[in-house]
Write a protein that binds this ligand. Structure first.
Ligand code: ATP
Ligand code: MG
Length: 375
């Protein structure tokens, strides 16, 4: 019986290849230089194009950014649920719980997925199977990864429904997804995702499809379940207010790349990248009364014609000499703070115009220093 919509179809193109060294043991997830592209009729979409971030055991990280910036493709690549073709994992490594998972055989990956790492999707109806009761679906998820009897799996389903705050769980296990409200279905998804005690929970816009009144309850539930189980959480969201309330650290993504990371509090209070600054000042509640809402000018780049240098350069109010030509790497600015912006580099480390690599350093560019100071 297949209870969950089958999202597989990943070819083992990355299996068996040579990889680097593992991260320290306290790092649960280490995404390094990840590139996932899609080959479509009109060309190649570099959906994820050099993504680096880490998540420690038990830590919570919010991944934010505008629609289409590559958040879901990043999470689906971690789960190895990208359709190949049209997708292709072009480069990078993903270390999870001490092993590099892009090089694992699919069978091994299937074992990890749903047990050690599990995902809560935006729309529970697409992930729940309409023809099986919710109890059967949770029990099936448990049986797929644990050597338990049918009765034990059924008991675990009831226990999980109780844990996610579903009243009368004995009765609810016998119901079908369509008999439940949207909020209830999302609770079922959370119960299913947590039924095998995962070390990593990935939640991709878990509340977007729900009524506003239910959203806060579901977020609260995800947070409390994360705290109770000690799992790490990667929360994907558009909503900076959700980030502020739910996660310890955040990563901001723009056009397939991470442009800033740090603790949620520091990034939100003192954003270093002009894109993060734009995101924060475009939140209505952050704008003093009588002042205009700051909308980031321009639009996201056409994926078939990505800017050569910094991808935010065409929209950036602070763009200067190196930005059009060179893509800034993530720079560690403080402990646990990283941002990819030439404004943050000392002038002596800026790439020289016409240089082929950003390592070719230029003499001080005074205009750059001025702009850094203005920020
Ligand atoms: N199967 C696919 N085939 C071709 N292009 C794809 C495919 N899946 C995603 N893309 C493209 O990859 C890019 C990143 O998409 P992704 O779904 O990761 O964005 P997102 O940040 O999750 O956006 P949203 O906030 O709207 O969910 C987009 O340009 C999208 O069109
Ligand atoms: Mg998405």
């Amino acid at each position: 019986m297949s209870t969950v919509v089958d999202l597989e179809g990943v070819s083992p193109i990355t299996e068996g290849r040579a990889v680097g060294s593992p991260p320290p043991p306290d790092v649960l997830l280490d995404v390094r230089g990840l590139k996932t592209h899609f080959h479509v009729m009109d060309g190649t979409v570099p959906a994820v194009d050099g993504v680096d971030f880490q998540l420690k055991r038990g830590e919570t990280l919010g991944l934010v950014g505008e629609s289409g910036c590559g958040k879901s493709v990043t999470s689906l690549t971690i789960m190895r649920l990208i359709d190949i073709p049209p997708g292709e994992i072009v480069a990078g490594e993903i270390w999870f719980d001490g092993q590099e998972i892009l090089s694992l055989p699919m069978a091994e990956m299937r074992r990890i997925r749903g047990s050690d790492m599990s995902m809560i999707f935006q729309e529970p109806m697409t992930s729940l199977n309409p023809v099986f009761t919710v109890g059967d679906q949770i029990a099936e998820a448990v049986k797929a990864h644990r050597h338990v009897s049918k009765k034990e799996a059924r008991n675990r389903a009831v226990e999980m429904l109780t844990a996610v705050g579903i009243p009368s769980p004995e009765r609810r296990v016998k119901q079908y997804p369509h008999e439940l409200s949207g909020g209830m279905r999302q609770r079922i998804m959370i119960a299913m995702a947590l039924s095998c005690d995962p070390k990593l929970i990935i939640a991709d816009e878990p509340t977007t499809a729900l009524d506003v009144t239910i959203q806060a309850q579901i977020l609260e539930l995800i947070k409390s379940m994360q705290e109770r189980t000690g799992a790490a959480l990667l929360l994907i969201t558009h909503d900076l207010a959700v980030v502020a309330e739910t996660v310890q650290r955040m990563a901001v993504m723009y056009a397939g790349k991470i442009v800033e990371t740090g603790t949620a509090q520091e990034v939100l209070l003192n954003p270093k990248h002009p894109y993060t600054q734009g995101l924060i000042t475009s939140i209505p509640s952050n704008v003093p009364r009588g002042q205009r809402l700051n909308v980031i000018r321009g639009t996201v780049p056409n994926p078939f014609r990505m800017p050569r240098g910094c991808r935010f350069e065409p929209r950036c109010p602070f763009a200067f000499e190196p930005c059009q030509e060179f893509d800034p790497p993530l720079l560690t600015t403080d402990r646990d703070r990283r941002a990819a912006c030439w404004l943050l580099y000392p002038p002596s480390e800026l790439p020289r115009p016409g240089a082929t690599t950003p390592d070719a350093l230029a003499p001080a560019a005074p205009v750059a220093r001025e702009r850094v100071n203005k920020q």
